[in-house]
Design a protein around this ligand. Sequence first.
Ligand code: NDP
Length: 240
Amino acid sequence: MARVALVTGGTRGIGAAICKHLKDDGYSVVANYAGNVEKAEAFSQETGIPAYRFDVSDYDACQEQVAAIEEAVGPVDVLVNNAGITRDGTLMKMSHERWQDVLDTNLGSCFNMAHAVFPGMKDRKFGRIINIGSINGQAGQYGQANYAAAKSGIHGFTKALAQEGARYGITVNAVAPGYVDTDMVAAVPEDVLAKIVARIPVGRLGKAGDIARGVAFLAADTADFITGSTMSINGGQHMY
Ligand code: NDP
């Protein structure tokens, strides 16, 4: 039986590349998305990967939808917490709503989804949880106090959960992308982006496939000695 992989925010950008890569590797893949039905339908049609619409910041929806996915496809072996949003602004211009939305969607979602799959993984003595962090969670970023806090939180969450999962064969790792050419980065003004690219030693933006390769590596059965780690995939922009 193929292992089942669930990728949140899997219908476009980095998530879509992760879904396609895992499918090519032989996984039975399920994607989630928030509300962009047109993109999701086009994605499912192109790939044959089912897409479930629910809000990963909603705890109850996550529990219900993961149960429905497991009923339809089988127990989730690999969870990729990829869904994320930005709501940028300097602190003085950042509303409480923008702060909370970003924390709930990027970080709260990791708890919500892990809570839904962890008991089953524990019973089956196998699991892979891969959380998508960010270079901006490692280094901070002007105008992104909410996003940097959420992504930095993901890195702490990963290390704590890795310690809880290890004895049950569950590994928990993070992947921290640098700037990747997706809709999210298309929102960055051109002049700002040019300055960012000038600081990337390999001289280009990342591609979604660059991140997908890292995720697939950590998802493999053979990656069982790697847990609590953060894989930085950023063209050398931030090293530590
Ligand atoms: P995109 O904006 O291209 O895609 C985001 C995906 O997440 C979409 O499928 C979207 O669904 C889904 N999503 C958003 N909010 C929710 C929600 N509340 N519930 C369920 N799904 C949701 O993002 P990227 O591909 O660029 O980014 C993917 C991840 O990588 C994010 O966590 C991001 O923070 C991180 N990252 C990205 C970087 C980059 O340079 N692009 C750099 C570092 C990290 P829908 O289509 O329905 O809106």
